[in-house]
Design a binder for this molecule. Structure first.
Ligand SMILES: Cc1cc2nc3c(=O)[nH]c(=O)nc-3n(C[C@H](O)[C@H](O)[C@H](O)COP(=O)(O)OP(=O)(O)OC[C@H]3O[C@@H](n4cnc5c(N)ncnc54)[C@H](O)[C@@H]3O)c2cc1C
Length: 422
């Protein structure tokens, strides 16, 4: 039987990698355990936003997270656990919370995502159908000092052009987005940025692959790999096995457990996030017209066709699918004073309400892990995209395809080399 390139993981990263490989003429088999609605690619805010390229470890986060970490309704919650790997990961993460590492990681992310918007247009041209909105992203602040600080930082990191995205005071922000309340003192609008409906993107990619040459193995779990002399030759699933020419592991927060038996270290923690869909959106004096980022509470609001999605919170509690009601409620409560007329008692369950959770794949330096696994010549990793997986998926697909087809890592993924953790 002809050997195939196995892509493990059918979230946005695996799907975009499979499509880019297929478009270069490769024989691809994509394997995903499912169900899709338990994956980050389904539950996210749907933002395609190169301006959010700052990595999670940031200067000042250490002190802030110490204040947040013990409150289970805060934007960041770290569940206490006795796990030496997690302790090592946390220590490595906190070491990266300094200006030098932060700038370097931002630059590497910007470089990877430089063609993001064009690549999204290219996905559509390649026959991927999905719901997409071109309404930009409005960052909204309650605290003037935080606004001034972040605006200057975004400018200094090259993430914001002050002519295209001037600093807005509260009235200017409200003129742009009528739903904002008087609690908002200002913000800035990244008008080129976009949003997609996450499940429509996943489904659109799957449908496009199903019409092409890629073999989709959905509902099949990879349970092991066999190989020798630095080459993987077989992928075993719970129902089948595949002779492989190369393997791409794009299994998000599950990546470490898939590659560990091969002696490959991928320090990825699950950064659980929640989203809540309100269908139809709550009745408001002015409907929310564009994606909003409520800075202080770190809540993402995305208007989609016929519904509103609220998303956010970061919970480090290991890889599990437990939904903590207090964190879901915090999403709704934190929206309350930023949006004019937001109902005080917005339900978090019942008719018209769907709650989701999903694990962001987080590395200690906040950068994805993309490249050949150390010690293996045909095993590529494509994971660790943290808060940026939707934004960076098409770009990741391109570099993964180039890596696997040519064998040589493209320049942009040198800082993302898995060997940095070996
Ligand atoms: C609340 C929230 C909001 C977010 N908002 C945004 C946003 O607005 N913009 C943005 O760019 N990013 C956002 N993100 C981040 C983004 O969703 C992730 O970075 C991205 O979805 C990661 O994609 P992935 O394909 O790597 O992983 P996943 O989506 O987790 O997919 C991994 C897949 O691997 C499969 N798998 C696991 N183990 C196995 C196995 N053994 N065998 C076979 N298959 C397996 C799983 O079934 C799963 O489908 C958000 C995340 C969250 C949680």
């Amino acid at each position: 039987m002809a050997r195939t390139i196995a892509v493990i993981g059918g979230g946005v990263i695996g799907l975009c990698s499979a499509l880019a490989l297929e478009r270069r003429g490769a024989d691809v088999t994509l394997i995903d355990a499912g169900p899709p609605e338990k994956a980050a690619s389904h539950v996210n805010a749907g933002w395609v936003v190169p301006s959010l390229s700052q990595p999670v470890p940031a200067p000042g986060l250490t002190a802030q997270s110490l204040r947040w970490m013990l409150r289970s309704d805060s934007p960041l919650y770290i569940a206490p656990r006795l796990d030496p790997d997690f302790a090592r990961w946390l220590f490595a993460f906190w070491r990266r919370c300094n200006p030098r590492d932060h700038r370097a990681a931002t630059e590497a992310t910007v470089a990877l995502g430089a063609r993001t918007l064009a690549l999204y247009d290219d996905l559509r041209a390649a026959g991927v159908a999905f719901e997409e909105h071109h309404d930009g992203l409005l960052y909204a602040y309650r605290d003037p000092a935080a606004l001034a600080h972040d605006y200057a930082e975004m400018e200094s990191l090259g993430l914001l052009d002050p002519v295209a995205s001037p600093l807005l005071d509260g009235d200017a922000a409200r003129a742009l987005e009528l739903s904002l309340s008087d609690a908002i003192v200002g913000g800035y609008w990244m008008h080129n940025e976009r949003s997609v409906r996450p499940d429509s993107l996943v489904n659109g990619l799957r449908e496009r692959l199903a019409r092409g040459t890629t073999k989709l193995r959905l509902g099949e779990r990879v349970v092991g790999m066999g190989g020798r002399n630095g080459r993987v030759d077989t992928v075993f699933t719970d129902t089948d096995s595949y002779d492989v020419e190369a393997v791409v592991v794009a299994a998000g927060a599950w990546t470490p457990q898939i590659v560990a038996p091969l002696g490959v270290r991928a320090p990825i923690e699950a950064g659980k996030g929640y989203s809540i869909d309100l269908t139809p959106p709550p009745p408001l004096p002015e409907a929310i017209g564009r994606p909003l980022y409520l800075h202080e509470s770190r809540v993402a609001i995305t208007p989609l066709n016929g519904m509103l999605r609220l998303a956010g919170t970061m919970e480090l509690s290991g890889l599990n699918d437990r939904i903590r009601p207090e964190r879901v409620r915090a999403l709704v409560n934190n929206t309350h004073d930023a949006i004019r007329g937001w109902p005080a008692r917005t339900p978090t369950e019942g008719a018209g309400v769907r709650v989701w959770q999903g694990a962001r794949p987080l590395t200690p330096d906040g950068l994805p892990i993309i490249g050949w696994a150390p010690g293996w010549r045909n095993l590529a990793l494509a994971s660790g995209h943290a808060m940026m997986g939707v934004t960076l998926a098409p770009a990741t697909g391109e570099v993964v395809a180039e890596l696997v087809v040519t064998g040589t890592p493209p320049e942009t993924i040198r800082p993302l080399d898995p060997a940095r953790f070996a």
